[in-house]
Design a protein around this ligand. Structure first.
Ligand code: ZN
Length: 215
């Protein structure tokens, strides 16, 4: 089961990835993690990536592609993988396809979780976080007993920048711009499954699984 999972922040991608990991017994391969892993392991590509990251630069495609390739060759990816955060560009998608072909494999599905911007804003802007212990609350779904105060430690609750409407809308716009070419790419390849990530988690989960089994 070779999968790619796409979705903007707030679409529940992490939750679904975890479910798929357990269901199929395959690893989630998140680009950020494997980049850090390669840097720590001190592999040739890892050291190359480190050079760019230390300089505050984006790690170039060829390095990222090489690191992903190394990761997919590891034993735990034999039965499949869930790619998260890769590919980001059509060039990376092309490289992935030829890398997989060389290994005698092909992608099974690309699952794209979609969100409704207004509904997501409504959901996320209600979040509050404790300044002292970091516990999370939600003004509607999980309100604190005393307004503005943490149930656990009495600390002050605040809204993180990530949960502000402006930040959320900007992220969604950037995501849509970056991902649109990939969505088209995988739609043409007839690999794309689009699911509404705003539904309840178990509903999304069921739809993801049945889309994969239809495969
Ligand atoms: Zn607290």
């Amino acid at each position: 089961m070779d999968l790619i999972l796409l979705g903007p922040p707030g679409a529940g991608k992490g939750t679904q990835a975890k479910m798929l990991t357990e269901h199929f017994g395959i690893p989630q391969v998140a680009t950020g993690d494997i980049l850090r892993g390669a840097v720590q392991a001190g592999s040739a590509l890892g050291l190359k990536a480190k050079g760019f990251m230390d300089a505050g630069l984006l790690v170039p495609d060829e390095v990222v592609i090489g690191i992903v390739r190394e990761r997919l060759l590891q034993e735990d990816c034999r039965a499949g993988f869930i790619l998260d955060g890769f590919p980001r560009t059509v060039a990376q998608a092309d490289a992935l396809q030829s890398n997989l072909a060389e290994l005698g494999r092909r992608l099974d599905r690309v699952v794209s979780l979609t969100v409704d911007a207004d509904a997501l804003v409504e959901r996320l802007t209600g979040r509050r976080t404790c300044r002292s212990c970091g516990r999370g609350f939600h003004l509607t779904f999980d309100p604190p007993m005393v307004a503005g105060r943490c149930d656990a430690c009495g600390g002050e609750l605040y809204q993180r920048d990530d949960d502000r409407e402006e930040t959320i809308r900007k992220r969604l716009t950037v995501y849509a711009q970056q991902t649109a070419p990939l969505i088209d790419y995988y739609r043409s390849a007839k690999l794309l499954v689009e699911l509404d990530g705003m539904q309840a988690i178990p509903v999304v989960q069921e739809q993801v699984l049945s889309a994969l089994q239809a495969g």
